[in-house]
Design a protein around this ligand. Structure first.
Ligand code: COA
Length: 175
């Protein structure tokens, strides 16, 4: 059974046995679990809640429609800064901070749908472009972003705490 009473208000997309919807405060513990189990980059509970409070439309989760388990999430921020596309221009930009799908649920298009739905919300929030950082060795994630027409923009040397470099990947959302 779906456990979230606000569920129908926040439903965005149905993908087989999974639904994509806005994250709720009650989901944060499961989101943090997924983050700890899938990525080396972790954040405090306060950070997750703060991002949820500030940018609820682009903080999405995938929920298993039968058992109600959270299977993946995407967390984004809306920023205003120098455009990656238009020289010497400022732009409203979506920033994908973190996206992950629990290992046993991968390969079911959940990651692709989370990113696609977050991009739709960014467009609604008037973002003209989106960017993210990804480890250069993270071929699964780079494969996902390439599939969604993100392109490599530049290398961010030693971006991560362990010294690994990141690829800055970008995508235009509107002209
Ligand atoms: C990256 C991640 C979110 C993908 O989630 P997913 O639900 O398995 O991905 P999807 O099923 O939606 O796949 C979408 C596309 O991603 C690419 N992809 C997914 N898994 C891949 C793999 N193992 N190898 C290469 N490409 C892969 C493919 O292009 C795929 O499209 P296709 O199936 O039509 O070929 C997942 O692997 C994950 O959570 N990884 C750990 C966390 C992480 O690295 N997050 C990104 C940080 S920047």
């Amino acid at each position: 059974m779906l456990k979230n009473s606000e569920f129908f208000k926040k439903l965005m997309y149905k993908l087989g046995d999974y639904v994509i919807r806005q994250c709720d405060k009650n989901d944060i513990k499961e989101v943090i679990d997924i983050n700890w189990n899938t990525l080396p980059e972790h954040y405090t509970e306060y950070f997750f809640i703060d991002i949820l409070n500030q940018y609820p439309e682009t903080f999405l989760v995938s929920e298993h429609a039968v058992d109600g388990n959270i299977t993946g999430y995407i967390m984004c921020r809306i920023e205003y800064g120098v455009s990656n596309f238009k020289k010497l221009r400022f732009a409203r930009k979506g920033h994908i901070i973190s996206v992950a799908v629990s290992e046993k649920y991968r390969g079911k298009n959940i990651g692709k749908t989370l990113v696609t739905e977050a991009l739709k919300s960014m467009r609604k929030k008037k973002c003209s472009e989106v960017y993210l950082e990804v480890r250069r060795t993270n071929l699964e994630a780079i494969g996902l972003y390439n599939k969604l027409d993100f392109t490599h923009n530049m290398i961010l040397e030693k971006y991560y705490q362990d010294g690994e470099s990141a690829s800055l990947m970008i995508k235009q959302l509107s002209e």
